[in-house]
Design a protein around this ligand. Sequence first.
Ligand code: ADP
Length: 616
Amino acid sequence: MSSITMMRLPSMGSPRPLILLATALLAIAGAMLFVRENVLDYGLRATATQAEERLKLVGATFSTRIERFRYLPEVIARSREIEDLFRDPASPEAALSGNRLLARINAASGALALFVTDAKGRTLAASNYDQPGSFIGYNYRFRPYFRDAIQSGFGSYYAVGVTTGEPGYFLAVPIKLEGRNVGAAIVKIDLLPLEQQWRDAGELVAVEDREGVIFLSSEPQWRYRSKGPLDPESLARIRDEQRYGAADPGEMALGSGAIGWSDLPIASFDEGGVKSRRLMVDMPFAESGWTLLYFADLSFVIAQANIATIAAGLAGLLVLAGLKIAHQKRQARRLELRARSDLELRVAERTRELSQTNLKLETEIVERQRAQEQLDLTRDSLTQAERLAAIGQAFAGLAHEINQPLAALRTYLASTRLLAARQDMVAVHSNIDVMGEVIGRVSHLTDQLKRLARRDDADFGDVDFAASVDRVAELLKFRFADLGISFSSEIDRPLAILGNSAQLDQVMLNLLGNAIDAVRDRPVRVIHVDGAIEAGTCVVRVHDSGRGLDDETQDRLFEPFHTTKAAGEGLGLGLATVHRIISNHHGEITAGRSPLGGALFTIRLSRIDSAAAAAE
Ligand code: ADP
């Protein structure tokens, strides 16, 4: 099995990536929440610190505004005109001078009003004595500042004026004559300009009384309203004191709560149809039991937190994308590595297979070479056998031919012995000459035989094909004569070619041997050889008057072991050997029908002159 099919590819439907994605998104959401809460918390704390600082400043300004007037009731209470008035309250002159004093001081101090009451709370003189809505004759006994001044020496109170309807802060001290409290001197201060100041500064500031009713605020609609519900007792007291005139204090729609993890008080309210939330900081305003309230704008802090949250989300998504890309890269790399190692494995496997095949091939080549060598050896042996067989046949005639000279020699030897005995030296010499000739002929024949029987050598050189034909014809001459074969040849001399004469001798021996076999049993026994140079090619033809070649023999003529001869008479190697020798000489041999009636074998060898042969 290929290891590629074993590779586990991540399946698309696997729930693992979905779980991972959900976890990552949850983590991002968590990080966003964490960032948001921290930025909010930090922002809220910073805002709270700022608001507290701001509130301290507001408180200081507020106190300063009141302190500026604090000395006034005391100054009035100790003035001569007022003392005179209290010594003689019925005197119109004393009243007038008191009134004028108060009007004068009031104008100079910038207070709203200055007035004095008797011990029962009835107004004796006032700075607005000559104006409509003057306090003269009004009784303020129900006001706490009057009570407090008479009882404890100082009273202060914020209220809406019963006669003027204008709100103001009242400060009161007792007026003493001979150590007795005879009345009270009171200054009414205008605090409304503070509201304008806060508004101008763009701040939301409010002042709440002891009961929780806002009486001053940069937001005018908040005036005489409370943040939370008022208890009925407080409400009754406020009404009795007519603290805020005709206005009936009510609760305002101010939601309270917190933002995020912070425990800082947050007020939420409607600002002209837009819901907004502000951080609420309060500070007690000691003297009167009031509370200063500061509502800090949170839009910047919230925007900051939102931006930070979005940034955290984006950063988270970026990290996620980065991780995803890194993961994909890692996975691609892993797959690539796996594919590469798989490829390497397959290459190694294939290489191993190839080297095994190579080894097998090499072994086969060696075996084939060995078989070829064996075959060559066998063929050489067979060729040699064939040659010896041909020689054997030729020798049948030769034996007879050699016997004759041997018999002649024996006769001559006997006659020579006799002649020698007779001392006929002339005749002896003549006999010895004849014997020498006979011996020369015999040794020539044996030389030819030896030459023929010699094993092939591969040496090529300038040879004469005509000489080969002559040599073989001469050896077979006796066989021709024995068998009554008429042999003729017609050859141009020399037939110079580049070749091996021993091999060419064998060619002729085989062809003529076959021709003898073909004609020996025929009534007409003719063998003819012709040779010539035709168009630069050496052509040698062997004719016979035999039976010729039938179709089957014609097709398989040059195949080894194809023979029509009886067992023991032929191996079927003669023509195969001839064919091989002619091929080695770069020539060709063909077989056909001879005009003599039998077979015709034609050999064509390229004729090479000595110069060309040397170059070759
Ligand atoms: P062998 O002579 O041992 O049979 P050869 O290869 O020399 O082997 O010859 C093969 C066959 O070709 C012979 O058996 C014979 O049938 C045929 N043949 C060869 N030469 C001739 C010829 N001159 N005339 C007729 N047949 C021939």
